[in-house]
Design a protein around this ligand. Structure first.
Ligand code: ADE
Length: 416
């Protein structure tokens, strides 16, 4: 039995799911193929993903492929309750997710998924896999494979693998080019700006916008913040990425220096306490701090609470912390991913690619050779197939190599 906020929200959710579907043509093609082939016939699939309109279309695709699909949230604040209602009512998919659920309920919902004894799991952040390894080892033998959607999850899984603790084969969906080059960059770029604007209603033009971290998400965010007219400052710990940011035309400096001049801060690093006491101390009155990394650990909120003499909720997703000297710092969305908490996450067109990688990787895992435990890359053919289909859906044709060019690339004799 599903556990959702309100089944009466289903009508609105269905409208949004079908609207997103229109912008997911590649996943639509895969859905059609799955309907014929039924690669997941009779399998239970446990999904721990952000419950959004786009995820709904992935869940429908897997169901069309013959799976029994069970879905819970991969973050307590990212669930779209209308989508959860529609999936349950209109599409026969059991959802266990309520926006704003506390940590106990979040983990109870993960347990609900596991009570269906999944044969395949899809994770965004590796919470499902982690709970299976910590509390439900007996489920491991019936799990054929798992997919991981995000950078943070892949990092966790690689540490499990290095420690010899990973007992399930996992495909690192995040690492596919068709995923991170587009979703992490253009998806995070746009949806993070969207989240900050929806939460604050502020003009970003002319503001000092500090992007903390210059991985694919940071690159996308910095570029979109510049596009909207902010003066973008980047902070990094990796010299190569820092240099890249400099040559991309951004100001790069230490976090504590950026703290003095920034108006809006957003962390996208995947690490803890990226904004800490020394940053809060240096910040201007009215500074806005937010996070778009997977977990709510990048801003040291505990420290901020300790430093504050007064805390109050100003409006949805905006909390005001007044420090001893009267300075106010505004924390957005409790430090959880701002793009999914106060906005709707990445647009459908980019999730089309990420979720096509998910769907085809799941098919590969189920129909291909049995894989031993470990972290696997997405097969190159899947990457290329998705990029080709996406281009086709955009009516864009590209050139192919001539025979002569292929031979030239293979030969080593020809030089100057
Ligand atoms: N992660 C970021 N945006 C998302 C979306 N729209 N749906 C599912 N997962 C996401």
């Amino acid at each position: 039995m599903a556990d959702i906020k309100d089944i009466k929200l289903a009508k609105h959710g269905k409208e949004r799911i079908l609207w997103a579907e229109q912008d997911m043509p590649v996943l639509g093609l895969i859905k059609g193929q799955f309907a014929d082939k039924k690669p997941f016939k009779g399998l239970n699939m446990g999904l721990c993903l952000h419950v959004t309109a786009e995820t709904a279309n992935l869940a429908r695709t897997l169901k069309e492929g013959g799976a029994n699909v069970y879905l819970c949230a991969s973050n307590p604040l990212s669930t779209q309750d209308d989508v959860a209602a529609s999936l349950t009512k209109d599409f026969g998919i059991d959802v266990y997710a309520i926006k704003g659920e506390d940590s106990g309920t979040y983990y109870k919902h993960i347990e609900s998924i596991l009570s269906h004894e999944p044969n395949v799991t899809l994770d965004d952040g590796a919470d499902l896999i982690s709970v299976i390894h910590k509390k439900h080892k007996k489920l491991i033998k019936s799990i054929k494979a798992s997919m991981e959607e995000t950078t943070t999850g892949v990092i966790r899984l690689r540490s499990m693998e290095a420690a010899g603790e990973l007992k399930i084969p996992v495909i690192a969906v995040n690492d596919a080019d068709a995923k991170h080059l587009f979703d992490n960059r253009y998806g995070t770029g746009q949806s993070t700006i969207d989240g900050i604007i929806r939460a604050t209603d502020m003009l970003l033009a002319g503001k000092n916008f500090v992007v903390m971290g210059y991985g694919w998400c940071g690159k996308g965010l910095a570029s979109r913040a510049r596009g909207i007219g902010s003066n973008v400052i980047v902070t990094e710990i990796d010299p190569v990425k820092a240099l890249e940011a400099v040559m991309d035309g951004f100001r790069v400096m230490k976090g504590t220096d950026a703290a003095k001049i920034g108006d809006i801060f957003c962390t996208v690093t995947g690490d803890i306490n990226v904004i800490d006491a020394e940053h809060f101390e240096n910040m201007k009155d009215g500074s806005i701090v937010s996070n778009s990394g997977h977990f709510d650990v990048e801003i040291n909120i505990k420290k901020l609470k300790k430093m504050a003499k007064k805390v109050r909720i100003v409006k949805d997703f905006v909390e005001e912390y007044t420090l001893e000297d009267g300075k106010r710092i505004y924390l957005l969305a409790e430090g959880r991913l701002i793009n999914l908490a106060s906005a709707h996450g990445h647009p459908a067109s980019v999730m089309d690619m990420s979720f096509s990688v998910q769907a085809l990787s799941a098919e590969f895992a189920v129909l291909g050779k049995t894989m031993s435990p470990g972290v696997y890359n997405v097969p190159k053919e899947i990457d290329e197939r998705i990029a080709s289909l996406k281009l086709k859906s955009m009516d864009i044709e590209i050139d192919t190599l001539t025979k002569e060019q292929i031979n030239y690339l293979k030969s080593w004799q020809e030089g100057t």
